[in-house]
Design a protein around this ligand. Structure first.
Ligand SMILES: *[C@@H]1O[C@H](CO)[C@@H](O)[C@H](O)[C@H]1NC(C)=O
Ligand SMILES: *[C@@H]1O[C@H](CO)[C@@H](O)[C@H](O)[C@H]1NC(C)=O
Length: 337
């Protein structure tokens, strides 16, 4: 108890210190979501979903409702590709209600949804998905390009991964991408990487979770995203990120690293799946691969996280735990000052 009190005081002091002495600190938008009074947090992760209920989207949604209630979740994380095939046409696109509001109707899912954008979202009106008008239509909708969610025991770093992928620029084929707000691209990417790196370095949270749409490690249809392996992965490793969570491949996947503590999770089973093309992967890293629909739940304390993948029937497919020593206030204070 006494220790907890010290920690609160210390964190307050640290925050103040960061605010005052931080001209170089990250300029990413920061949101706050308090952990529960007992210091726990739970949430669901789903990706690649918006198809007006088709391809089992509604079935996944209803099982998310059941598990969401069981775990009494605090929020939902969406790993992008929110609206197929080409994002939203504008703020008034009926796809917003048909693929989101009318689908995720369970009481337990009426919590904040923290979204990132996927490549399909970039094929429509990006500004529309970021618009506060959508939040007026459905208060659970929260979407920015890149941002930080501070949830006390864990900091989440949402990263806009679509602009990293060269192919969308050099070889767009028949697709049109909405790069307003991204160009000049080199500047956008280098600023984003600097911001994410400095935000990770500044984070006092025990857990660090990075969320993006594109894969870093995946044996699915798209496989690894080389641009992220080259540019983002070194930052994750240098900052001891616990989890990188993505969608893009329409499957459920858990891959560990032989060379770092970072684990890679694909939760892209929100609707269309069963692609059937699975690539070989190092067996010592590949912990789980499921080609069908489903979602992930995470419930965590300051020093333990329990993760579970479910299928379209709500059946448990794979579960595991990660334990981690608490970074105590004392230990932190010695290393910080
Ligand atoms: C819906 O899920 C069931 C059970 O996994 C599967 O057999 C079926 O093929 C899925 N439907 C589609 C369209 O993916
Ligand atoms: C997660 O929830 C399960 C089921 O309620 C519970 O048994 C477990 O202790 C929780 N894990 C953590 C880390 O809080």
């Amino acid at each position: 108890m006494v220790e907890g009190g010290h920690r609160v005081l210390f964190l307050g002091g640290l925050l103040l210190w960061l605010c005052m002495a931080a001209p170089s600190a990250s300029e990413l938008q920061r949101l706050q979501h308090r952990a529960r009074p007992d210091g726990t947090l739970s949430f669901l992760v789903v990706g690649d979903w918006g198809r007006e209920g088709n391809y089992n989207q509604s079935e996944v949604a209803s099982q998310m409702g059941v598990i969401g209630e069981k775990l009494d979740i605090d929020f939902v994380i969406s790993t992008g590709d929110n609206f197929y095939e080409d994002g939203l046409t504008g703020e008034d696109d009926p796809a917003f209600s048909k693929s989101f509001t009318d689908i995720y109707t369970a009481p337990s899912l009426q919590k904040p949804w923290y979204n990132v954008l996927g490549n399909h979202d970039y094929r429509g009106d990006v500004e529309a998905q970021l618009s506060p008008v959508l939040r007026e239509k459905d208060s659970k909708w929260i979407c920015y390009r890149s941002y930080i969610l501070n949830a006390e025991i864990v900091d989440f770093f949402f990263v806009d991964t679509t602009p990293f992928v060269d192919d969308y620029f050099t070889n767009p084929g028949e697709h049109k991408y909405d790069w307003k707000g991204v160009e000049p691209r080199d500047e956008y990417l280098s600023k984003l990487l600097t911001d994410v790196d400095s935000a990770l370095k500044d984070s006092p949270a025990n857990w660090k979770i990075v969320v993006g749409h594109h894969t870093i490690k995946s044996a699915g249809h798209h496989g690894v995203t080389v641009e992220l392996v080259e540019q983002l992965l070194p930052i994750l490793q240098a900052n001891n990120v616990d989890l990188y969570v993505n969608g893009h491949d329409h499957c459920l996947e858990h891959i560990t690293s032989t060379d770092s503590e970072t684990q890679f999770i694909t939760s892209g089973g929100g609707s269309k799946a069963w692609r059937g093309d699975i690539r070989p992967w190092k067996p010592e890293e590949m912990k789980f691969y499921y080609d069908g629909q489903g979602f992930l739940s995470v419930n965590m304390t300051g020093d333990q996280a329990d993760l579970v993948f479910y299928d379209v029937f709500g059946q448990v497919l794979h579960k595991w735990s990660i334990s981690k020593q608490l970074r105590t206030a004392a230990k932190r204070s010695y290393s910080e000052f």
